[in-house]
Design a protein around this ligand. Structure first.
Ligand code: SF4
Length: 416
């Protein structure tokens, strides 16, 4: 409970040939055994994740991949999972050995460049074979950031030096989204100002707590020296009446958006957690255009409802029950709905007319942007649950008012 959520950590992919020392490299940085290491190729049986505070970089999550060249049993599945790490990694480390840069490492570096993933090349096991000037010179043509190390060196001073060198190289390639993250809502409120958050407590609400997007919103309000009143939708009108000052912003769960809009005077800005998260995690303009495309769906058009978590659906499940029902009521016909869950984002997205994605609170911004980019390349409109709900309830323009660019994009998309 004290940890930064994984979705807010810098994701560092560790790539390299089998037995090049990926796991022992991770152990060196972590200062503890987080992945089983051995000299038998293919020991890392799956992607091993390790979260830590890597000061002064900040909270990070290492993704230790199985070797793509692993030929042992069941490796095809492992290799597929490793490849998915490319979609998750904010930055990467390619580990090699002195004097050995094969077609495999070359392919890795080409993929990093193509996917615009900044990377460090770590030349490992230098206690065994020292790299030549020519070798280092050739590597520098692929990446200017080279780390020379030996992750099994017993000399603690040397190990400390490798770790410091590594951190400095990471700082050089730190993505701006991580070094200066955009606020979730802090730019919409003033210091000393007030927000109201409307949070329904229904059968989907977890027992004894509120969900991550709501927690993050409250934290952002505190970070920006403002205050917040948290209410259920049933108490909202009465509590709004009792306030002596006008709130800077009212925010609600999208499932009660029509109720919020109905009870919020025109001069009080209001929006939804889904809209805030679309801006924070992805691309609000793209996702409001995606919502507009729902209106053009024809009977039996294929759409996909994509969730980033796998959970057992309950009777009020938003993705499997509520959104299909809203679509049916709004369109007066039934689109052909498929579902995806977890990290299995479908490869065949051009089969669909629209993608309705969950709020992606458990994904990093980069992961969500990769999904949006795949949708754009396939020319399939993409939106998120809450934006779609607000559109189908006829209140999207009202809740987009704090975001003029997105509002203009939506109006243009619907020909207004
Ligand atoms: S399904 Fe999506 S919105 Fe819901 S908790 Fe998971 S990542 Fe967050």
């Amino acid at each position: 409970m004290l940890d930064t959520p994984k979705s807010l950590r810098l994701q560092i992919g560790i790539f390299g040939r089998t037995n090049v020392g990926k796991s022992s490299f991770l152990n060196m940085i972590a200062g503890q055994d987080v992945a089983m290491t051995s000299t038998v190729p293919g020991t890392t049986t799956d992607v091993v994740e390790k979260s830590m505070e890597l000061l002064p970089v900040g909270p990070v999550n290492f993704l230790d991949t199985a070797g793509f060249d692993d030929v042992s049993t069941l490796s095809a599945q492992r290799i597929e999972r490793s490849r998915k790490i490319f979609d998750r990694a904010d930055i990467a480390v390619i580990i090699c050995e002195a004097g050995i840069w094969t077609k495999f490492e070359e392919e890795l570096s080409e993929i990093m460049k193509e996917k615009k993933i900044p990377f460090v090349i770590a030349v490992n096991k230098i206690d065994n074979v020292a790299p030549t000037e020519t070798f280092i010179g050739n590597l520098k043509k692929k990446s200017p950031r080279i780390l020379l190390c030996s992750s099994i060196d017993g000399d603690m001073e040397l190990r400390d030096k490798y770790i410091i060198d590594f951190k400095n190289l990471i700082l050089e390639i730190l993505p701006t989204d991580f070094s200066t993250p955009m606020p979730l809502l802090g730019d919409l409120i003033s210091p000393g100002g007030l927000t109201v958050m409307i949070i329904p407590i229904d059968s989907e609400a977890p027992k004894g707590r509120i969900i991550l997007p709501q927690v993050q919103a409250i934290r952002d309000v505190l970070d920006f020296d403002a205050g917040s009143v948290v209410v259920k939708e049933t108490e909202y009108p009465a509590i709004l009446d009792k306030l002596k000052v006008k709130p800077d912003l009212v925010i609600c769960d999208s499932q009660v958006v029509d109720h919020m809009v109905k009870h919020t005077p025109e001069d009080i800005p209001c929006t939804t957690f889904s809209i805030l998260f679309s801006r924070f995690k992805g691309d609000l303009v793209e996702e409001v255009k995606g919502a507009a495309a729902i209106a053009n769906l024809k009977n039996e058009d294929k759409i996909i409802i994509a969730e980033s978590c796998s959970h057992h659906p309950n009777q009020d499940d938003i993705g499997r029950v509520k959104i299909p029902r809203w679509l049916n009521n709004y369109l007066k016909h039934s689109p052909n709905i498929s579902h995806s869950a977890g990290r299995d984002y479908p490869e065949n997205i051009n089969d669909y007319k629209v993608i309705i994605h969950c709020g992606a609170c458990m994904l990093t911004r980069n992961e969500k942007l990769v999904r949006i980019e795949k949708a754009k390349q396939a020319e399939v409109p993409i939106t998120n649950y809450g934006i779609a709900i607000s559109m189908m309830q006829g209140v999207l323009e009202r809740v987009l008012t704090p975001f003029p660019e997105a509002l203009a994009a939506f109006k243009e998309s619907i020909g207004d």
